[in-house]
Structures are given as C-alpha cells and as structure tokens.
Design a protein around this ligand. Structure first.
Ligand SMILES: [Zn+2]
Length: 318
C-alpha cells in the first residue's frame, strides 16, 4: 500500500505570518502606538496589495510585526499561534524561522528572544500533539559580522529538539551571498545544519555561492532556471529547493502566477518542497499554495506525494 506522505512546511517566517488580530491586541495591551486602529487598517498594512509591484512594497509589510516582536510574552504568543495555524491545515511538521536580532530593540538578547520562541513552540506541541515544530535562526544580510556570529552562537547553545538550524536572509541583490562565508564556516565548525536564501532576488551566482558553502537546502532558488548547468548540479547533488510560489510571484514580481517556474523545476527532477514564506504578508496558506499548483500547473496527488517526501527527507529535525 502506498502510504500518504505527511504534509510539511520548511520555509516560513514568523514576522511575516502573525495574525493581524493578535498584532492589534498586543499593541493595545502593551500600549504600542501604530499608525492604524482598526483590524481592517492593520490588515492592510500587513498584507501586500493585490498587485505587488516591487520587493520594497513587500518588505514594508514587516514594519508593524517587528514593532510587537520586542518582548518575550509576545514572541511566545505569536510563535504558539503560528504553530496552531499549521495544525489547522493538517501540517504535521513545520520549521518556523526568524532573525533574533530584530527583536533586541528593547533590551532582549538574541538568546532571550530565541528562548521565548522555544517556549511558544513547546506549548503548541503540548496542546497539539500532532505537530512537530523546529525553529531556524536567521542571520541577516547587511548586519555586522559580530551580530550574525552571535546568532550562530545562540543557535549552537540552544541546538536541540526545537532549535534546529541557521539561515541567511535579507536583501540578496544588495548583499551578495558570497560575502557571508564566515557564517557557514562557523556553522560547520559547530555542526549546525543550515539553509540559505539564494536565487530569489539575485541570480544563479548566488546559488553557486550557497553550494560552495556546502548547503543541502536553498530558500527559493527559483532563478536556477536561468542556468541549465546549475539545474543539472542541483539535481545531481539532490539539493532541496524551498519554493514559495505566491511569495515569489509578489517579489519578482511576476505578472501571472502561471509564469512561475515550479512546473519546470519539478519536471527537471530537482527536489522541490512547497512553502508559504510569509502567510500574512502574502495572504496565503499551504492549502492555497496546493490549490495554485493544482489549478495553474496541474500537479497530481502522486506529484504532491513526491513534494511531501522531499520535505520529509530534508527536514532538520528527524
Ligand atoms: Zn524566506
């Protein structure tokens, strides 16, 4: 009998996936002043407009979330709620990522931020035993070396049954992946698994750098489509791409979702996984991404099984 593969999500940012209603409640409770008072206005500031015209428009959506991610209680709450949102979709394994440094504006250390998120994840797993949550700590392009190395250190200290890896995120076109070798040298020394955002805003050269660092997983990686030799390498080395179709369409931006290369990537034999990236910002869910793949690209049940199997193979927590 062919057992159905468990639904998993490997690429999901905490700050881009906060419930607007929770953000509004937290602002009221903590007296955080924001330029919106109604749920409708808050939602408008957190979601990309219908026709997202640039990466800048997209990135503006993180301003409000980062205002509330500055105390342990709020970080714990939104981590818990995001895990809960995954369970509602029947997801059995999810890796949530965030940049601890971005929550240190009011005095929290990166370690305190991460511990708050661990508490939220653990509480969610206790109340919803069907889901397993991993946390990935993001180093950020454009930050000072000592800050990113602190993120690696915190990850090394807390690596275990929840904290599972590091990532490199941020403005890829402005800060080339090749500048961040120091992060992955340290990660390898400390035996920390990692994934790297590459080949989204920048082209194949960014993916080549990530491969040189020894990554097994790439966040997005969709611009490998511009280089057939690179595609061949990704296939041969069985690199996992964490593809986020709706988000990719908004940040490229693509005029139509049907122009996304996901069908071509899948048919080429590259191992892809399906993810949301930022659920609130992109107004999406894993179920919506599944519908997109069915309706626009004709993905079949057995092809979805391959996608979930890829995710099971690539997950950081076994
Ligand atoms: Zn991402």
């Amino acid at each position: 009998m062919n057992l159905k593969q468990a639904k998993s999500e490997l690429h999901l940012h905490l700050d881009g996936s906060i419930r607007p209603s929770s953000l509004l409640e937290i602002c009221k409770e903590k007296n955080i002043s924001i330029p919106a008072t109604s749920l409708q206005e808050v939602t408008r500031l957190m979601e990309v407009p219908e026709n997202c015209d640039s990466l800048n428009t997209y990135l503006k959506r993180f301003d409000l979330p980062l205002m509330i991610l500055q105390d342990g209680e709020s970080i714990e709450r939104v981590t818990y709620e995001l895990a809960e949102d995954l369970t509602k979709e029947g997801i059995e394994y999810g890796e949530i990522r965030f940049a601890p440094f971005y929550s240190t504006k009011n005095g929290l250390t990166q370690e305190m931020v991460t511990k708050a998120a661990i508490n939220g994840a653990k509480k969610a797993m206790k109340n919803h035993p069907n889901i397993r949550i991993g946390l990935i700590l993001c180093c950020m392009r454009g930050l000072d070396e000592d800050i990113n190395l602190e993120t690696v250190k915190v990850c090394s200290n807390l690596l275990g049954d929840v904290v599972c890896a590091i990532d490199l995120a941020g403005a890829e076109a402005l800060y080339p992946t090749s500048d961040y070798k120091y992060i992955f040298d340290k990660a390898k020394d400390a035996h920390i698994p990692f994934t790297i955002h590459a080949g989204e805003a920048a082209g194949p050269e960014s993916i080549y750098s990530a491969l040189e660092f020894g990554t097994k997983r790439i966040g997005h990686g969709v611009r490998c489509i511009e280089d057939s030799n690179l595609m061949k390498q990704l296939k041969e080395r069985e690199i996992i791409l964490e593809v986020c179709p709706t988000s990719n369409c908004q940040t490229f931006p693509l005029k139509k979702a049907s122009l996304h290369p996901i069908r071509k990537l899948f048919d080429s034999g590259i191992k892809i996984t399906l993810n949301t990236d930022n659920r609130t910002v992109s107004h999406t869910s894993l179920n919506k991404e599944i519908e997109l793949l069915k309706n626009e690209f004709g993905f079949t049940e057995s092809e979805f099984d391959t996608i979930w199997k890829n995710a099971q193979e690539a997950r950081f927590l076994k």
